[in-house]
Unconditional design. Structure first.
Length: 202
């Protein structure tokens, strides 16, 4: 569970994590200032081609990681359909899909320790303010890694609900999802303690 890096290795696996994060940032900035829908469409197609170039297995995994976006896309469709701003809605949806897909691509092709090292260096200036760069980096890296894991567990709980009830999954799933998150946090804490944790930290 400590990594979402996808095997087999691809050409992107050998690219330094720092370079991939920089490219992701520049892509996000360019996408944010995209003036019209053809630019957004081109960005979506470029990300799709990138996934396709990495192979069918890689592309399929990337598609699976996009499934949690459907509630947001549904809200966008309903709202912009109601306000008769469909083109704007398509642009926003395209930007969301392209950005999340490229971020997932970085995650799928980066080792956890390499990602942690880069984030730690980025947080080094916070050391002067009394914050530990190691703790901040680990916290952010764990959020990035375990958000898809938690979403997968939520999907499993929804499937279990449907198998046992004719009613649609409701707010009652919040408690088991929360307990699953706490259980994962407890296991991670024990694993960190077993490996020594961080020096000077409890």
């Amino acid at each position: 569970m400590l990594t979402l890096t996808l095997a087999p290795k691809t050409a992107l696996h050998i690219v330094p994590v720092g370079a991939k994060l920089l490219a992701l940032m520049l892509f996000g900035l360019a996408l944010g200032f995209a003036p019209s829908w053809p630019w957004v469409l081109a960005a979506v197609l470029a990300v799709a081609v990138l996934y396709g170039a990495m192979g069918l297995k890689f592309a399929w995994r990337g598609f699976q990681l996009l499934r949690p976006l459907w509630p947001f896309l549904l809200v966008l469709a309903l709202w912009h359909g109601f306000t008769d701003t469909k083109l704007l809605g398509l642009m926003i949806a395209g930007k969301l899909v392209a950005m999340v897909a490229l971020a997932n691509c970085v995650t799928l092709t980066s080792r956890f320790d390499a990602l942690l090292s880069v984030i730690e260096r980025l947080f080094t200036p916070f050391k002067k303010l009394g914050f530990s760069p190691e703790i901040l980096a680990l916290t952010l890296a764990l959020v990035v890694r375990f958000t898809p894991v938690l979403l997968d567990k939520a999907a499993i709980l929804r499937q279990a609900w449907r198998a046992r009830s004719n009613k649609r999954p409701s707010w009652r799933l919040i408690l088991p999802i929360s307990l699953a998150a706490l259980d994962d946090a407890d296991h991670i804490a024990m694993a960190l303690r077993a490996r020594g944790g961080f020096k000077g930290q409890d």
